[in-house]
Design a protein around this ligand. Structure first.
Ligand code: NAP
Ligand code: ZN
Length: 350
């Protein structure tokens, strides 16, 4: 075991503070990664605040990890020392159930091991995430980062990227489709970039009129202010697909009204109860509402390769780990353009 520096929250009311954690020594199947950058996902904030009622403290968040391989076990042939790699929301799974066999480890029937706040099979207790100096990960859960991408701006691809790419791909978004992305935050800004890169007519649906010009720079063809009822009426019945990233429970009925016949809205943001839905909104038009969770490892690599080909990365604000609590306050207020990424040098040199 190695003791190393991290940042943790000790309770749902507490600020994140310096904290020492242990990492296991590598097994033959493991890769040890020196962490260079870590993105700050809204899920980090939800789990630190125990919004989903399952947090285990201390919480060391972080599942948008970019780093360099420093050590590999003897069974590792896919990576070598010095490689630039990524780790997302999962670090292991059973590898034998039908979901794992279908490359959908996020739905592992025996429970995937999430990067933090999950049962730690090796050391006992629970797993600790990327707000730390290094991490040890099973070789099958490590991803290749295309060399042409800016490494720090690639960090959010590991969660915000795959969470938006996967539903667009699964529901078959294609050139010419009218696609709405609801909520311009970390996930939403990647949703716009991917839908645009896939050739869709892309509409940013936002509560924040002041984000309009940014939305267009990110690739939106149009901006729809969801609080403006007249504008919402003009777009009624016109969307082929909606990707909903709103991070809290909300009234889905006005968004459902935007869908065409047979079209779907996919929820990725609200991991909590939603307001009552009017059945008529689904029945009149044979519409669907579905959910989606990150993506499997194979698809995450496919998304990273797509980003390499199309030069897609996140728009980021770099911070030092010492500024993390202020960053959380701003994230809570939807005041980030459009993802915070921690420069982990600030932790190592502290
Ligand atoms: P974020 O950066 O905070 O962005 C969320 C955006 O939603 C905000 O910028 C805001 O955009 C809009 N919004 C916020 N509160 C709203 C409200 N009450 N009503 C309407 N719109 C609201 O968060 P994120 O990192 O993108 O994460 C979004 C959610 O996805 C979080 O709940 C996170 O836990 C979840 N998540 C899910 C998965 C998955 O696999 N399903 C993966 C990662 C994250 P506007 O200002 O444009 O309105
Ligand atoms: Zn995330």
């Amino acid at each position: 075991m190695t003791a190393l520096k991290a940042y943790a929250a000790s309770s749902k009311e507490a600020d994140l503070k310096p904290f020492e954690i242990n990492r296991r020594n590598i097994t033959p199947d493991d890769i040890k990664i020196d962490i260079l950058y870590c993105g700050v996902c809204h899920s980090d904030l939800h789990q630190v605040r125990n919004d989903w009622k399952n947090s285990q403290y201390p919480v060391v968040p972080g599942h948008e990890i970019i780093g360099k391989v420093v050590e590999v076990g003897e069974n590792v042939s896919n990576f070598k020392k010095g490689d630039l790699v990524g780790v997302g929301c999962m670090v292991d799974s059973c590898k034998t159930c039908s979901s794992c066999k279908d490359d959908l480890e996020q739905f592992c029937e025996n429970g995937a091991t999430m990067t933090y706040n999950s049962k730690d099979k090796h050391l006992g207790g629970h797993t600790f995430g990327g707000y730390s100096e290094s991490i040890v990960v099973d070789k099958d859960f490590v991803l290749r980062i295309p060399e042409n991408l800016d490494a720090k701006a690639a960090a959010p691809l590991l969660c915000a990227g795959i969470t938006t790419y996967s539903p667009l791909a699964h529901w078959g978004v294609k050139k010419g489709d009218k696609v709405g992305v609801i909520g311009l935050g970390g996930l939403g800004h990647m949703g716009i970039k991917f839908a645009h890169a896939m050739g869709a007519h892309t509409v940013m649906i936002t509560t924040s009129p002041d984000k309009s010009s940014d939305a267009k720079k990110l690739g939106a063809d149009e901006v729809l202010i969801s609080k403006n009822e007249d504008e919402m009426k003009k777009h009624a019945g016109s969307f082929d697909f909606l990707l909903n990233t709103i991070p809290v429970g909300h009234d889905m009925n006005p968004y459902l009204n935007l869908l065409k016949r047979d079209a779907s809205m996919v929820i990725v943001g609200a991991v909590e109860p939603l307001d009552p839905l009017h059945g008529g909104g689904l029945i009149m038009g044979r519409k669907s509402i579905a959910g989606s969770l990150i993506g499997g490892i194979k698809e995450t690599q496919e998304m990273l390769d797509f980003c390499g080909e199309h030069n897609v990365v996140s728009d980021i604000e770099m911070i030092n780990i010492q500024d993390i609590n202020e960053a959380y306050d701003r994230l809570q207020k939807s005041d980030v353009k459009y993802r915070f990424v921690i420069d982990m040098k600030s932790l190592k040199e502290s």
